[in-house]
Write a new protein. Structure first.
Length: 287
């Protein structure tokens, strides 16, 4: 079981015993639209509920979800096939009982290219997938039990998507988002616009329609993910230096971003990361 820090998944070392998560390649036929498939399963038994937090990527997801009879998740009765829009803050989910999820993470513009729909209408929403990607995709969802086999469900979902994949060619915006994730020198929207040869207005319009959120948010989200991952890997890292390296104005900007998104300071986050590895309680960290 991989308990190492993972980009976007808050404090994975401390939750390794609570749920199991895996990623799987999309395969050649789906890779133009999908980054990877993923599964999460859990069995809380009598342990009660657990909240998990994800600093989500600028991407939409298709999920097949199941749980205890009569349970709800994201405001929908289980089991369900759902479409998740981009999450503008952080994604928090409370898991309980026994259940699981099989998901497909779309490329930044993958859902838009597949469906032709405006991605912005799904931002911060979770909606039934019926009819959005094909009428028969996920038709078996209503028959799933808490003991559903995730790999079996993943295989069926993959086959359904492969049979109904669109003929439209992949878009170019995913490559732009990938570049924003890789290039630490791209920290402002005007820099991205110049790098890709578009006007800022065109960049803003295309991001809203095809990704579901603006390019400034995307840049900020990648910086937040990198900062959290750096703190989990090395809780002793100098915060002022980290802020500068990641394109924040200063340490105060980094702190404010953490507080807004995660409700805690980077110092507190680092202290909790130290405790996760040590198996103890977080000590008072730096301010």
């Amino acid at each position: 079981m991989d308990v190492s820090p993972q980009r976007g998944l808050v404090r994975r070392p401390s939750t390794a015993a609570d749920f199991t998560t895996h990623r799987y390649p999309p395969g050649e036929r789906l890779s133009p639209w999908i980054v990877y498939f993923w599964t999460v399963t859990w069995d809380r038994g009598e342990s009660g509920s657990l909240e998990s937090t994800v600093i989500s990527f600028p991407a939409m997801h298709l999920t097949l979800e199941w749980g205890e009879p009569g349970s709800e998740r994201h405001g929908h009765a289980m089991p369900a096939m759902l479409v998740h829009g981009v999450v503008s803050r952080v994604f928090r989910i409370r898991i309980e009982g026994r259940g699981g999820v099989v998901g497909a993470r779309f490329r930044a513009d993958g859902f838009h290219r597949w469906t032709g729909l405006d991605a912005a209408q799904f931002t911060d929403r979770v909606v039934p997938a019926a009819g959005l990607l094909g009428t028969e995709i996920g038709a078996e969802a209503s028959r799933l039990s808490p003991a559903a086999d995730p790999l079996g469900q993943l295989g069926r979902l993959r086959q359904d998507l492969e049979r109904r994949r669109p003929s439209v060619e992949p878009g170019e915006l995913s490559a732009v988002v990938d570049r924003m994730a890789r290039d630490p020198d791209l920290i402002r929207v005007d820099q991205v616009a110049r790098a890709v040869g578009w006007s800022e207005r065109t960049l803003q319009r295309r991001f809203r329609r095809e990704v579901g959120i603006g390019p400034k948010w995307v840049l900020s989200r990648f910086r937040l993910q990198e900062a959290a991952l750096a703190l989990e890997r090395d809780p002793t890292v100098d915060l002022a230096t980290l802020a500068t390296q990641l394109g924040f104005y200063d340490q105060a900007h980094l702190t404010n971003t953490f507080m807004e998104m995660l409700g805690e300071t980077p110092a507190r986050y680092a202290a909790c990361a130290t405790a996760d590895w040590a198996g103890g309680q977080p000590a008072d960290g730096r301010t």
